[in-house]
Design a protein. Structure first.
Length: 315
């Protein structure tokens, strides 16, 4: 099968064997996948990654239990051991023995076929279009904020970063009832998300940092009121410096926030509460993956989608 391979910053194509699903796993045929900022960071050296990337996808189950075979699915990306203390507490996303689809220890979705444990799979509702369903994983990451933070409806919230994740976080929090201000380099994107553009000089009890920039955390802390909370969403290759004195003196809570539950994300996408169509910047076949990565890395680009071949997106 055709697969995209990253190593030492180079995006290349390889012909590799179709994976054989072990017991308890399904074999999934790729329908559509999305390139995210984490994939770009892997290309830049994050985790010292070498392998097949990709963790945002929609696929069709080719081998698996009868109730899933032939169904469109999305998949949670953490492959937990199922036996450790963290798994017993329902926190498999923090299992110390886990592998992570397309990021750590498990080949990713930028290939014609992939495998995942059957419990990781969620059937895509028939009424949800594939190009919307492919946003399930990042929408779930945005939903995780509300699982971590008690955020009252109507509370003013700042989202820093108007890229892919910032736009999704702004919409998820607005759907929850928060009064969201979106800060970034593209004022028109606040309208895309249905929220207000941020204005200078304001401070907030809650600030979501989704800039993807090493300077984003410093900016977030500067905008947070005493005893406020910063939710950290950026994954940046390399060290990040910020003023710890300000965080300590103002007693600011810093919360790392990563993956989330797929159920709420699918519900929001099905309801149309999170609008993603305008976020699709381009579509490429797997065979054009080097061009697709270059396009995704273009300043201001939003979501770039990958299909097994051009027939998937040419209309």
């Amino acid at each position: 099968m055709l697969a995209v391979y990253l190593e030492r910053g180079v995006v290349e194509l390889r012909d590799v064997p179709v994976p054989v699903p072990p017991p308890g796993f399904a074999l999934i045929r790729l329908v559509c996948a999305g390139i995210c900022n984490t994939d770009l960071e892997l290309q830049r050296g994050y985790y010292g990654f070498a392998g097949i990337p990709g963790h945002e996808f929609v696929g069709v189950v080719e081998q698996g239990p009868g109730e899933l075979t032939g169904k469109r699915v999305v998949g949670e990306i953490n492959l937990a051991c199922g036996t450790c203390e963290w798994c017993a507490r329902g926190l498999g996303r923090h299992c110390p023995n886990r592998t992570v689809l397309g990021i750590a220890g498990h080949p990713g979705a930028f290939a014609e076929y992939l495998t995942l444990p059957i419990p990781n799979l969620h059937v895509v509702p028939d009424a949800l279009a594939t190009e919307r369903a492919v946003f399930t994983e990042p929408v779930a990451a945005a939903c995780e904020i509300l699982d971590q933070v008690d955020m009252p409806a109507g509370v003013p919230v700042a989202v820093l970063g108007d890229g892919k994740l910032g736009l999704l976080a702004a919409q998820v929090l607005a759907a929850h009832g928060a009064d969201v201000s979106l800060y970034g380099h593209h004022p028109e994107r606040a309208r895309m998300a249905g929220v207000m553009p941020g204005s200078e000089g304001k401070t907030f009890d809650f600030v979501v940092e989704a800039t993807g920039s090493p300077d984003g955390l410093r900016q977030a802390i500067a905008m947070t009121r005493p005893r406020g909370t910063v939710i950290m969403k950026s994954t940046v290759h390399g060290d990040v410096a910020f003023d710890t004195a300000r965080a300590v003196v103002n007693e600011i809570t810093l919360i790392g926030s990563r993956c989330g539950r797929f159920g709420p994300a699918l519900t929001l996408l099905l309801r149309g509460a999170v609008r993603v169509d305008d976020m699709i910047a381009d579509r490429y076949a797997l065979g054009d993956a080097p061009r697709a990565f270059a396009r995704a890395a273009t300043p201001g680009a939003l979501k770039v989608l990958l299909y097994p071949d051009k027939r998937g997106f040419e209309r």
